[in-house]
Design a protein around this ligand. Structure first.
Ligand SMILES: NC(=O)C1=CN([C@@H]2O[C@H](COP(=O)(O)OP(=O)(O)OC[C@H]3O[C@@H](n4cnc5c(N)ncnc54)[C@H](O)[C@@H]3O)[C@@H](O)[C@H]2O)C=CC1
Ligand SMILES: O=C(O)[C@H]1O[C@H](OP(=O)(O)OP(=O)(O)OC[C@H]2O[C@@H](n3ccc(=O)[nH]c3=O)[C@H](O)[C@@H]2O)[C@H](O)[C@@H](O)[C@@H]1O
Length: 463
């Protein structure tokens, strides 16, 4: 079999960019991305894509309706495909056994059932969603129990390592492409077929072959290690604030050790995003399930440190503003969980906003990419408030960063957007209530200049 048709189930942050890049690099392959959400597919077929990702618009414009298709016709796309990516969401369970920790595999299971039901030819099924170790076994069991006679499936694990905001760059120049397969001749054959797709642009030495379970666990391990680095540097930031050491200097000092490396040592208000917390919770749950409690506690601590960091930053704002923010207007610069994305899932900005709102503050919020409705949805979510009407009265969402600061007591930087560095802070200072405060939760501004202007500056990891 030569792969000529690919179907991707799930047109989200992973399915959309991944398949757009495959379509661009493999003009001979027809790629169809399907989703149950009519709205999402309509957006992928419109001029305004559902996700903001630098470079993506251009690729979609070039390949859409040429060899890249977005559709709600899940069944037909699966039926005609040689290879099916499962790229659906695997959120933390909100009910039942493992609630709040285990991964909810309902969507993955639904995909397996529909694949088995509609397939009339052999297919390679690729688990791209992040899943607990041995999830492929469940997929295979569902496929085996429900398939039509003479239809065979091979299940591969091919986790995705892209980061939002740099997804296209990551996909084009991947550090590695990991493919896990069943340790049989058929499994090896399926690995070869998927490799051929990637070999259209990924050098052979970057394609890593493992068994299925190693591949699944590697994805969780990679996110756990990355998150651990952030919690580690944030823990050091706390010591810096107590002692007069400067976390930027400490990070540079340790990062130059080639065994440690300089990346992912940026102290911050805490990590956010849809995956670090969810995948760590999942890892902790797996360890508990395996009854290796010391290991579970070890990884839980990475999450605890992140919660501590978010609370510490929010509390610092309140303490600095003379221990009360009730009725005070505070500007939040940034709401996305990191720059260059409009994604707010698990954004630390939500935690900061919640704390300030709970204390009675009024918030002016500005983010260059997050939709206003998304901010409203996040801050009126039952997890954040029992009184959504009161929250709506306490927030203003702005389109202009300067306007957002007028007559406010403080600016809180929650996302490291480049444009915040370039703003005219002299002008901003003039319009603010004095003393005017800046809380730089991302360490992106020139603090000496701000102090000279007259701002009271507070940041992470420095007195
Ligand atoms: N967001 C990211 O940067 C990364 C995410 N991942 C993993 O990739 C997976 C997907 O993540 P995202 O793309 O962020 O999720 P997402 O929530 O943006 O997209 C998932 C899509 O799947 C659709 N879907 C769910 N069930 C379906 C079904 N039965 N049939 C058709 N469509 C269905 C949903 O409607 C949704 O549009 C998750 O397991 C995540 O952990 C991995 C690497 C990076
Ligand atoms: O599985 C996933 O979803 C993805 O999760 C992360 O990617 P992402 O969450 O998109 O973004 P990151 O760049 O990892 O940032 C995550 C959070 O950590 C924060 N961060 C990152 C780096 C740093 O040094 N300090 C820091 O606070 C960011 O601001 C952000 O809130 C991983 O980097 C990807 O490899 C992985 O594929």
């Amino acid at each position: 079999m030569t792969i000529t048709k690919i179907c991707c189930i799930g047109a989200g942050y992973v399915g959309g960019p991944t398949c757009s890049v495959i379509a661009m690099q493999c003009p001979h392959i027809k790629v169809t991305v399907v989703d149950i959400s009519k709205h999402r597919i309509a957006q992928w077929n419109s001029d305004k894509l559902p996700i903001y990702e630098p470079g993506l618009d251009n690729i979609v414009k070039q390949r859409r309706n040429v060899n890249l298709f977005f559709s709600n016709d899940v069944e037909n796309a699966i039926k005609e495909a040689d290879l099916v990516f499962i790229s659906v969401n695997t959120p933390t369970k909100t009910f039942g056994v493992g609630k709040g920790r285990a991964a909810d595999l309902t969507h993955v299971e639904n995909c397996a059932r529909i694949i088995a039901q509609v397939s009339t030819s052999n297919k390679i099924i690729v688990e791209k969603s992040t899943v607990p170790v041995r999830a492929a076994e469940s997929i295979l069991k569902i496929l085996s129990a429900n398939h039509k006679p003479n239809v065979k499936f091979q299940v591969l694990s091919n986790p995705e390592f892209l980061s939002e905001g740099v997804a296209v760059e990551n996909l084009l120049n991947a550090d590695r492409v990991l493919i896990g397969h069943e340790e049989t001749a058929d499994g090896f054959w399926a690995f070869k077929e998927l490799s051929k797709v990637y070999l259209n642009w990924i050098p052979e030495e970057k394609i890593l072959r493992t068994n299925t379970w190693s591949s699944e666990l590697t994805k969780l391990a990679a996110n756990a290690f990355l998150a651990q680095r952030i919690s580690s540097i944030n823990s050091m930031a706390t010591i810096c604030e107590e002692t007069g050491a400067d976390i930027s200097e400490v990070a540079r000092g340790i990062g130059l050790d080639s065994r440690i490396g300089s990346k992912f040592l940026q102290a911050s208000v805490g990590f956010g995003g849809s995956c670090f917390t969810k995948d760590l919770l999942n890892l902790v749950y797996i360890c508990e399930h395996l009854n290796i409690m010391q290991v579970a506690m070890y990884w839980q601590q990475v999450l605890d440190m992140n919660d501590y960091q978010k609370s510490r930053f929010s509390n610092k704002i309140i303490e600095s503003l003379f221990n009360t923010v009730t009725g005070k207007k505070i500007t939040m610069f940034g709401f996305a969980f990191k720059k260059d994305t409009g994604d707010t899932r698990e954004s630390p900005a939500i935690h900061v906003a919640k704390t300030l709102l709970d204390e009675g503050a009024k918030l002016n919020i500005y983010d260059p990419k997050v939709e206003h409705e998304q901010i409203q949805r996040d801050l009126t979510h039952p997890y954040v408030t029992e009184n959504p009407e009161a929250v709506m009265k306490s927030i203003e969402i702005h389109n202009d960063p300067y306007y957002a600061t007028i007559n406010t007591h403080a600016i809180v930087i929650c996302t490291e957007w480049d444009e915040f560095i370039e703003l005219d802070y002299k002008q901003i200072y003039r319009g603010m209530i004095k003393p005017a405060f800046i809380f730089d939760g991302r360490k992106i501004l020139n603090h000496d200049n701000l102090t000279k202007i007259g701002f009271q500056v507070h940041t992470i990891g420095r007195r």
